[in-house]
Design a protein around this ligand. Sequence first.
Ligand code: 5HY
Length: 247
Amino acid sequence: MHLRVINPNTTAGMTRKIGDAASRIAAPGTQISATNPASGPVSIESHFDEAVSAVGVADEIRAGERERVDAYIIACFGDPGLLAARELTRAPVIGIAEAAFHMATLISTRFSIVTTLGRTGIIAEHLLQSYGFTHHCRRVRAAEIPVLDLEDNGASALDRVIAECRRARDEDGIGAIVLGCGGMADLTEEIGEAVGLPIVEGVTAAVKLAEALVGLGLGTSKYGDLAFPRPKPFIGEFERFSHLKND
Ligand code: 5HY
C-alpha cells in the first residue's frame, strides 16, 4: 500500500523529518511518500494559518488521487482541512491529532497534550470536543516554543517540551502524553526516556491506523456529508477546483 503523508506547512525540512518518522514505523510493504503544499505558511500557529493551509491540503489530496495513493495522513496537529480532504477521495484520510487521541485512549483513561504555542491550545480543545475526547484529556499544555524552533533550535526546544511533559506527569494524574505537533515526530523515544510515561505521537499513530483501514478495505464513505463536492465553477485563483471530477 502507498500512504501519502501531507505536511500542511511549507517547511521542506519538517516534511522530510515527518516522512522519515512515518517510514521508520511503517510495516514492510507499506510505501511512504511525504509532500507539502507549494504555497502556504511555513508553520501553522493560528486559525488563519490553518485556514490557508487547508487549501494546500486539498491540492495535495488531488495530486495523490492522480497517483492513486491508498491513504492520506494530514501531519499537522490541528488536522487542517480534514473533512474537506475526505470529500475529495474514497481513500482513508487521517489527521494526526485524531489518530493520537484514539491511540491514547486505548492505553490510558486520561492523557494530557503538550503542544508548541499556548495560542494553538484552543485548536486542540476544539478538536477534542468535535471528536468526542474532551473527557479523556486532563490538560492541553504548551511548551511555548514557535513550531520552527523544532527545526532551528532543536535542543532547547526539546528541553522545553520535556520540562512541560514532566509537569504534566507530576501534576495531571494521567497515564499518557500526546505530543501536539507534527514537528515532534522524531522526538517520541527521547521524550519517553526522559519522562517515563507512554508518549503518543500522531504521525506514527496515523500510519498504523491508515494501514489498518486499508488492510480492512475501509475507505472514506461517500454516503452523506463526505460525498464528493457537487461540481461547480470556482472563480479567480481557485479556478483549478472548478467542476471537480470524481471517480
Ligand atoms: C503542526 N503547526 O503540527 C502544528 C502544531 C501546532 O506547523 N505543524 C504546524 O503548534 O499547532
